[in-house]
Design a protein around this ligand. Structure first.
Ligand SMILES: *Cc1c(COP(=O)(O)O)cnc(C)c1O
Length: 712
């Protein structure tokens, strides 16, 4: 089905397997896969920013030829290819052993964002990484999952901060020829084209495939020249501010997404909606059944009984509401085909408490049998938010359950920590069994100095990486203003206690909370013997000037000499920078306004690597904090909450975090601190892993949906 042979025509036959390996993101979470590409050309790997497709496209034929004749390289090549074919074989897996034959069924996971690797910039934040980590874990467990999302040619924004601290990001047009994605072709070898119903003038989709181990992700692309110019840009970029464009995106994602699966002959039985954006997929499933002769009622019941909807945020902007006029413009004729009355359809998406338009979350709640929030706290909040949709039910019976998010352990664990230290002390099968609590009990056996040496190595790598970026930026700007490299972290110091704060600059995340009390902050940072430094990173939404203002405040602090170069703002937070940060800082700081952080996942990545979290009690930390794996404080209420929350934060830093970090034994090792690091890993490794999460989704929801398929 795919045009495979057209890539890397000069790849020698002996190492031809590199073609399939390069196009399967399997390498991104299997260190031996990455190592093989690095062995091929260290410079090529660096220059391609760890993207093997780009690298193979640019390597000289002579380099490839000599690799194909080098016995040392070939030994590694053969070993990696053997591993690749074993671990992508679907028959040996948790799913087959515990649930059923994976070839008999398929699940579909729809999401507007996908965070898989920095070479594929189809994400803005946590929602995307959740989807990406989910799919990788489905591959590891052998769940027969296909993902559906958008190919955003303009990706999300590449951040560039002007000398006065304003985010002047630009969308970098993605270079499809050099990305690990392949165009899906039809039987004749032509690019597959699928027409989307509903939108006039007619809209045609092209499809791209990303291989994610055993799982596949299909990306919709509206840029075909067959489309009216106004339609070509529908999938241009993530989260446009224009309501009509956004509605069209969601029509393409939901309805077009079902259309492409059908066109490719992928018959799925369970539908999982990641947030409300793709909820129109339910309608298209119903339309299909009605076209086959079912009544609307039966068709709806059947689609509903096999759909799971995950809600992700209490923030209003996360719940799309489209005006009734807009809905009318796009959906009138379509709804007629379903045998559904217009008023009835509108009612399915109207929030009785706020009836200003068609609400995608309300529609998704009405049209799916199973609903879940992403942490226990978020479930309680979501039940309160939506309890009026079920006026007859008592609070505890509101049908919104929860599955707390988790992170994909092989993707986020530091390589040396996982491959060398945990392999040695937890046993070589630790990764295979990482959701088993007992495995992590063996962390106690790791000597303090081994853990500490590895931590300081990760920290050094982070600081070197940041300095390198600062150097490149200074160089490329050609500015003589020395405050710029200072602001981007050249004065960071390896022996200083380092706080990390990296996340989207959404205002509820309160990036500037730590900067509230300048005098207290100065004392904390500039202490002679026990100094502190802070590394910031994160993007503001391109249409959100308020968030850009917050970012500017952080940037101003970072170049303010009063803070002595101990605050750094690192540009362009993406997957790669996140990897360095969650491995290399000493403390992960999190201070949203409760209960706005539905779950949060970056803190899970940090704690997995022995970086304890200091967080307000919200999201996953309500379940994760146990008194000895980090620090927590209750959020304040009322007008001066920011003021009081920031004081609580400084109190913990001054009285608990700083003393513990700097209290070392006669070898210079902070023994108490290392106890906290170990405890952070012990809690997060099993419990906040994507493995625990995917198993929970399977056992609690997918199984019920599958039973329904068998019954009907
Ligand atoms: C994990 C991750 C996120 C999500 O972090 P939160 O804690 O939910 O804010 C966002 N961006 C990147 C690059 C990540 O890796």
């Amino acid at each position: 089905m795919y045009g495979i042979k057209d890539a890397f025509p000069n790849l020698p036959e002996r190492i031809e397997g590199l073609r399939d390996l390069a196009f399967n993101l399997w390498w991104s979470w299997h260190p031996e896969g990455r190592e093989l590409f690095k062995q091929l050309s260290r410079t090529g790997w660096y220059l391609s920013r760890q993207n093997p497709v780009r690298m193979l496209n640019s390597l000289e034929t002579s380099v490839l030829k000599s690799a194909s004749e080098d016995p040392h390289f070939l030994r590694h090549y053969d070993a990696v290819m053997a591993r690749f074919s074993i671990t992508t074989d679907p028959s040996a897996s948790w799913f087959c052993a515990n649930v059923g034959d994976a070839s008999q069924r398929t699940f579909a996971y729809f999401s507007a964002e996908w965070g898989l690797h920095h070479a594929l910039p189809f994400y803005a934040g946590g929602l995307g990484f959740l989807a990406g980590d989910f799919l990788k874990e489905c591959s590891d467990l052998g769940l027969p999952m296909v993902g559906v999302g958008f190919m955003y040619p303009a990706g999300y924004l590449r951040q560039n901060i002007t000398p006065d601290g304003w985010q002047a990001g630009a969308c970098e047009i993605m270079d499809r020829e050099n990305a690990p994605i392949r165009r899906v072709r039809d039987r004749d070898g032509q690019p597959l084209i699928v027409k989307v119903p509903v939108i006039e003038p007619a809209l045609y989709l092209q499809v791209w495939k990303v291989e994610v181990g055993k799982a596949s992700l299909y990306l919709l692309d509206t840029s075909s020249d067959r489309n009216d110019p106004s339609n070509r840009c529908i999938s241009d970029r993530l989260y446009t501010g224009d309501q009509e464009q956004r509605l069209r995106q969601e029509i393409v994602l939901g309805i077009g997404g079902i259309g492409i699966l059908k066109a490719m002959g992928i018959d799925f039985s369970v539908l999982h909606l990641n947030e409300g954006h793709p909820a129109f997929a339910i309608l298209e499933r119903v339309r299909d059944l009605v076209a086959k002769g079912m009544t609307f009622e039966r068709a709806f019941e059947k689609a509903r009984a096999t759909t799971l909807f995950t809600t992700h945020t209490p923030v209003p902007a996360g719940h799309d509401v489209f005006s009734f006029q807009l809905m009318e413009k796009y959906f009138r004729p379509y709804i007629g085909e379903l045998g559904l009355e217009w008023q009835q359809f509108m009612k399915m998406g109207t929030d009785p408490k706020d009836p200003r338009g068609f609400n995608m979350t309300v529609f998704a709640l009405h049209s799916s049998a199973y609903h879940n929030a992403v942490s226990k706290r978020h479930m309680e909040v979501s039940r309160q938010m939506w309890r009026h949709l079920w006026p007859d039910l008592p609070d505890r019976a509101i049908p919104i359950d929860y599955v707390t998010n988790g992170v994909h352990v092989p993707s986020w664990i530091d390589r040396t920590l996982g491959d060398v230290i945990l392999n040695k002390y937890l046993g070589r099968d630790w990764l295979e069994n990482h959701d088993n609590q007992a495995v992590w009990g063996l962390l106690e056996d790791i000597p303090d100095d081994v853990l500490w040496r590895n931590h300081t190595r990760m920290k050094r790598r982070l600081i070197n990486f940041i300095r390198d970026r600062a150097r490149i930026k200074w160089f490329s700007q050609g500015s003589t203003d020395c405050r710029l490299p200072m602001a981007s972290g050249v004065l960071l110091d390896e022996s200083t206690l380092t706080l990390g704060f990296a996340r989207r600059f959404a205002s509820y995340k309160r990036a500037t909370l730590l900067l509230q009390d300048v005098e207290r902050l100065k004392r904390l940072l500039n202490d002679t013997w026990r100094p502190v430094q802070i590394i910031y990173a994160g993007k503001a939404h391109p249409d959100d000037d308020q968030s850009k203002g917050l970012l500017q405040q952080v940037f101003d602090a970072s170049r303010n000499p009063q803070f002595g170069g101990r605050i750094a703002f690192v540009e362009d937070y993406d997957e790669q920078l996140a990897q360095y940060l969650v491995h290399g800082v000493d403390v992960w700081v999190n201070n949203p306004i409760p209960p706005m952080e539905a779950c949060g996942t970056s803190g899970m990545k940090a704690t997995l690597n022995g970086v304890p979290q200091l967080s307000i009690l919200d999201g996953w930390w309500m379940e994760g904090y146990n008194g000895s794996n980090g620090w927590a404080y209750e959020g304040a209420y009322g007008q001066d909450r920011d003021q009081r929350d920031s004081q609580a934060l400084y109190d913990i830093l001054e009285n608990r975090v700083v003393p513990l970090y700097y209290e070392t034994d006669d070898r210079g090792i902070p023994v108490g601190w290392i106890r906290t690091m170990r405890e952070a890993m012990r809690v997060s490794g099993p419990q906040f892993s994507a493995r625990r999460m995917v198993k929970e989704y399977t056992n609690r929801f997918y199984r019920k949906c599958m039973d329904e398929v068998i019954r009907s």
